[in-house]
Structures are given as structure tokens and as C-alpha cells.
Ligand binder design. Structure first.
Ligand code: SF4
Length: 230
């Protein structure tokens, strides 16, 4: 995709994207119905732009917005259980200015980190279709080109990990994809010099069951800092 020249311009294009009719309809419907606890909220209801430090050396790559999280607040991982688990870890690892993320105007600043996802619209059941992920993939290609200081990608979950590998493949840089296996804490040197770290996604399903603990996720982000030379 020829595309926007800045991350800010890219975000503006993402917010206006309408390529996936099923997802756009779903996000609008959720924004209209709302959850009782958020009845007073004006839901975002659009594709969720990425967030963070344009000079970031580390990219945290997620799956897709949560229906009542970032589809409500308009910022990645903000306002739901995944974010309530992730942001305190980012704060402890030195990437986030504060441990709590509640809204776009809560004062949060990221330092050295950019947060994006392989799907930018909240999907029904948290499951985008393969076609929807393919529709959204060009945004990631542009984004990674614009992140000039990028060194490390933390893939939050298998779908994000596969999305990063697909990105490398599209650019002709992934000759032996079968050797890249998703497992929590594994690191891979990619052909273009980036380092990928695989992590379980901080979903409630993983964090409530102890599959992913705070110590495990903190270890991943501390390692990312180290690998990025921060
Ligand atoms: S998921 Fe991505 S490609 Fe599909 S409508 Fe949302 S922003 Fe556009």
C-alpha cells in the first residue's frame, strides 16, 4: 500500500476504514446497545487507532479491540480486563507513565513502546475471520515501515505472532516459516534484523486461569527492553 507518510496520518486512515462490513456493523451495534455499566459512555465504535511513542523501539502487537474495551474507549487495551492486566506491567517495565488506563484522556503516555493489533475492529466472539485479518494486514505493513526505530516486536497471542510472520512473508523475508513456532517467551531473530518475542495474550481467559501471570508478562517486557537497548 502506498500510504500515509506519518503514523498520525496512518491512524486517521485506519479510523476511517470500512473494508470489513461484518466488523463495522458489529462495532456500531455494540456502540448503540452498550453495556449497562457503560450506559453513560459515548462508545468509540470505529476502527481503533494505534497508540504510543512514534520513536518506539518496541512494538506490542495484539489481536483486536475488545467490544466494551477499546471499541468503547478508542485506545488499544484501554478499559477492559486485558488492559487492566497489561498496563500495570508496562508501567513496571518502564514503558507506560501510569499503571491505569481508563480513557483516551487519562494522561497515559508511552515511552519506547507502540501498541497496535493485527485486527483494528472489534470482532464477534473476539474472532476475526482470515479474510478480515488479510484486509487489515496492509495497515501493519505501513505501520512497521513508519516505525523507524523499531527493533523488537512482542506478539501478544498466537494470532498476532502469525500476523507478524505473515507480514514478513509479504515482504519476502520469511524463507522458512515452519521453523517459527509459537510458545510463550520464545524469541526469534527475523531476517530483517527485528527480534520477535512470543507471549500469551493477556486475555481474562489466560490471566484468570493463571496461564499467564504478571511475572511472566513482566519478564517478557523487561526482556524486550533489554533487547531493544533501552
Ligand atoms: S478490521 Fe481493519 S480492514 Fe477491517 S474494517 Fe477494521 S480497520 Fe478496516
Amino acid at each position: 500500500m502506498a500510504g500515509p507518510a506519518t503514523l498520525q496520518a496512518l491512524n486517521a486512515r485506519i479510523v476511517a476504514c470500512n473494508l470489513c462490513p461484518r466488523l463495522r456493523a458489529h462495532c456500531v451495534e455494540i456502540a448503540q446497545k452498550r453495556r449497562r455499566a457503560y450506559a453513560d459512555w459515548q462508545y468509540w465504535g470505529r476502527p481503533v487507532p494505534s497508540f504510543g511513542d512514534p520513536e518506539a523501539r518496541v512494538l506490542a502487537l495484539g489481536l483486536a479491540p475488545g467490544a466494551h474495551g477499546s471499541n468503547r474507549t478508542g485506545r488499544p487495551f484501554t478499559g477492559d480486563g486485558s488492559g487492566d492486566f497489561l498496563y500495570p506491567v508496562l508501567h513496571a517495565a518502564g514503558f507506560a507513565s501510569q499503571p491505569t488506563a481508563t480513557s483516551r484522556d487519562d494522561g497515559m503516555k508511552l515511552n519506547g513502546l507502540w501498541i497496535a493489533s493485527v485486527g483494528r475492529c472489534a470482532p464477534p466472539g473476539n474472532k476475526p475471520t482470515p479474510e478480515e485479518l488479510r484486509n487489515c494486514a496492509p495497515w501493519l505493513d505501513v505501520e512497521m515501515r513508519l516505525l523507524k526505530e523499531l527493533r523488537v516486536v512482542v506478539c501478544l497471542g498466537r494470532i498476532a505472532f502469525d500476523g507478524l510472520l505473515a507480514h514478513e512473508s509479504r515482504l519476502g523475508r520469511m524463507p522458512k516459516r515452519a521453523t517459527y513456532v509459537f510458545a510463550h517467551g520464545t524469541e526469534y531473530n527475523l531476517p530483517d534484523g527485528l527480534i520477535a518475542i512470543a507471549s500469551y495474550h493477556p486475555s481474562l481467559q489466560n490471566t484468570n486461569t493463571g496461564k499467564l501471570t504478571r511475572a511472566m508478562l513482566l519478564s517478557v517486557f523487561k526482556r524486550a527492553r533489554q533487547l531493544a537497548g533501552l
